[in-house]
Ligand binder design. Structure first.
Ligand code: ADP
Ligand code: ADP
Length: 225
């Protein structure tokens, strides 16, 4: 059970405002997609929720708890990055296990969590490989596995499919959808790709110039005159 609430969220880089007062309520289990052109502030907004950028003004609440000043690892969120952000010197298993290890989980528990996620993502045979011996799609699965094993309150996705070729993008999009249906974890997903946004979203936030211009269900937004 987890919700995300953004209230009056603002952010500037130096004197330049880039987020202009965003309001958003993400319900428990909902998959919300931030969509809009490059430079409209999607990534900045997501990174603020992750704790990777400071908040200018406003409130970020997860399950009603103000998290503005919490470190990323204390927010109970997991982020999947466009560049996968895997540790190159570690095996697939160790990459997936790392977040649990630093949180002091037992070896048995880590093994069980990683095995379960690896099976879900078709990574069972690749656990001893290093990232450079994987395809782009496999790397992105490892990045998702690393997020899943943590059982976070929120999944954050920052253009996770942008580095994949067109065919793989469609396939991974369906996998993400299937995983969300299976796990039901509240998700905030950033993309500039409208088809990807339409396919994945329970609700869309259409961003423009640092503002949430429209918020609604995909068909409601796209059928508007
Ligand atoms: P999007 O994810 O929609 O492409 P971003 O959130 O990356 O947009 O960027 C929003 C705006 O903030 C852009 O004008 C970008 O140039 C600017 N910006 C992003 N990061 C920084 C930074 N670290 N320093 C200064 N300006 C930044
Ligand atoms: P993890 O998420 O792997 O368990 P932490 O919680 O300490 O590790 O990570 C803090 C934040 O930094 C998380 O949002 C995590 O996803 C993010 N992060 C981890 N590796 C990288 C990286 N190489 N580049 C950018 N951010 C990263």
């Amino acid at each position: 059970m987890s919700t995300l609430t953004l209230r009056g969220l603002r952010k500037s880089y130096g004197d330049t405002p880039v987020i202009h007062g965003v309001e958003l309520d993400v319900a428990d289990g909902e998959f919300v997609v931030l969509v809009g052109p490059s430079g409209c502030g999607k990534s900045t907004l997501l990174r603020m929720v992750a704790g990777l950028e400071t908040v200018g003004e406003g409130r970020i609440e997860i399950d009603g708890r103000l998290v503005n000043d919490l470190e990323p690892r204390d927010r109970d969120v997991a982020m999947v990055f466009q560049n996968y952000a895997l540790y190159p010197h570690m095996t697939v298993f160790d990459n997936m296990a790392y977040g649990l290890k630093i949180r002091g989980q037992s070896k048995d528990r880590i093994r069980a969590r990683v095995d379960e996620a690896a099976a879900m993502l078709g990574l069972g045979d690749l656990l001893n490989r290093k990232p450079q011996a994987l395809s782009g799609g496999q790397r992105q699965r490892v990045a998702m596995g690393r997020a899943i094993v943590r059982e976070p309150k929120l999944f954050l996705f920052d253009e996770p499919l942008s580095n994949l070729d067109a065919k793989l993008r469609v396939q991974m999009r369906l996998e993400i959808k299937r995983l969300h249906q299976r796990l039901g974890v509240t998700s905030l997903y950033v993309t500039h790709d409208q088809v990807e946004a339409m396919t994945l979203a329970d609700r869309l936030v259409v961003m423009h110039g640092g503002r949430a211009e429209q918020i609604g269900r995909p068909l409601d937004l796209y059928l508007r005159p």
